[in-house]
Design a protein around this ligand. Structure first.
Ligand SMILES: Cc1ncc(COP(=O)(O)O)c(C=O)c1O
Length: 202
């Protein structure tokens, strides 16, 4: 057990966090290796699939490598999140079992009643319905703009805008946005840019 603990501690830190080692590696190397070292107990070179929902603790609050319950964190998902953080040059990664779960979690974490967001005028139907039918009932406002029209996106941003949400290419119309230009517009207005990719990775 102590070997397992030290392996997890040394390779993935707080779990979803990227590794500093990964910063010196190229994209392909990171894609294969970042976030995981061969298991110190068994030498398994591929991430084992842990089926346990609950993890034993060494006394109350004495979690081993931060694992307590699989929904909040598990040793299979953690390397994936760390890998995604590394290849996206991010600090953290979070993995969800569906796109809409990620969408819902991000919106709820970022928005409060009275906030506003900008979405594509051809946003994915599930995203549009979640915002238009559910979030508006909780005091969230939204505007639409074409992801390919930087001026329209800039004009849609209001003082209470917290997120500029884009897809590129959009689903289903495949409109393309310039992520760097959209980020510049969002950041100059003190909002965050979210890129939801079904068809491509930035
Ligand atoms: C742009 C976009 N966002 C979100 C989703 C939802 O993903 P999921 O079906 O995994 O919930 C889709 C699904 O096609 C999508 O195209």
């Amino acid at each position: 057990m102590s070997e397992q603990r030290s392996k997890a501690d040394s390779t993935s830190g707080s779990g979803a966090r990227g590794t500093t080692q990964g910063n010196q590696q190229g994209f392909s190397t990171k894609a294969v290796h970042a976030g995981y070292e061969p298991d110190s107990l068994t030498g398994a070179v591929n991430v084992p699939i842990y089926a346990s929902s609950t993890f034993a603790q060494d006394g109350v609050g004495g979690m081993r490598s931060g694992f307590e319950y699989a929904r909040t964190g598990n040793p299979t998902r953690r390397p994936l999140e760390a890998n995604l953080a590394a290849i996206e040059s991010g600090t953290y990664g979070r993995a969800f079992s569906s796109g809409m779960a990620a969408t819902d979690a991000l919106l709820r974490a970022s928005l409060r009643p009275g906030d506003h967001l900008v979405i594509p005028n051809d946003a994915y139907g599930g995203t549009f319905r979640l915002i238009d039918k559910v979030f508006t009932q909780w005091g969230i406002e939204y505007s639409v703009a074409a992801v390919s029209d930087i001026d329209a996106v800039r004009d849609a941003i209001r003082p209470n805008t917290k997120l500029v949400w884009v897809e590129t290419p959009t689903n289903p119309l495949l409109n393309v946005g310039d992520i760097a230009a959209l980020a510049e517009v969002a950041h100059e207005k003190n909002t965050k840019l979210v890129v939801d990719n079904t068809f491509a990775s930035p």
